[in-house]
Design a protein around this ligand. Structure first.
Ligand SMILES: [Zn+2]
Length: 146
């Protein structure tokens, strides 16, 4: 499950839940993602997401679980959850910064100690991780206005 921070052509920001990056791409290609405020389907993904690699998801032999329906969250709930998740990740996960993709791959291959890490990944890093079936999650940074 990935959460993307999305923005429409009129600058309304909202979050979208997708089963995977491919799931997002498919829905975007088919114009299925619309802004909850103005319903335009001219929506883009904001680039500043950070990536999280969760230790317990590493077991690659487990058959893929059925795709869950994205939970319906209000904006406030989604934001609250994101803030908590960001705090949790920052406290408990090792920060590997821009080496995220490299480290996630090393852990996946067993070259590095199994642990939970967080860091940043470029679009290309993510596509490569997707291609190799290395699990990770995208965690948008909550906006701390106020
Ligand atoms: Zn809008």
């Amino acid at each position: 499950m990935v959460v993307y921070d999305l923005i429409c052509e009129r600058n309304h920001r909202f979050e979208g839940w997708f089963p995977s990056f491919e799931g997002y791409q498919e829905q975007a290609a088919q114009g299925l993602i619309s802004c909850p405020t103005c319903s335009t389907t001219d929506v883009e993904k904001l680039p500043h997401a950070c990536a999280v690699h969760v230790k317990k998801e590493i077991d690659q032999r487990r058959p893929e679980s059925p795709k869950a329906t994205p939970p319906a969250l209000s904006d406030a709930e989604a934001k609250e959850m994101l803030i908590r998740l960001n705090h949790y990740v920052r406290e408990k996960f090792e920060d590997v910064g821009p080496r995220f993709a490299e480290e996630a791959r090393a852990i996946f291959d067993g070259r590095s100690k199994k642990r939970s890490i967080h860091g940043t990944a470029t679009q290309q890093d993510r596509e490569e991780l997707d291609e190799d079936g290395i699990p990770y999650a995208i965690l948008p940074k909550p906006e701390l206005d106020s």
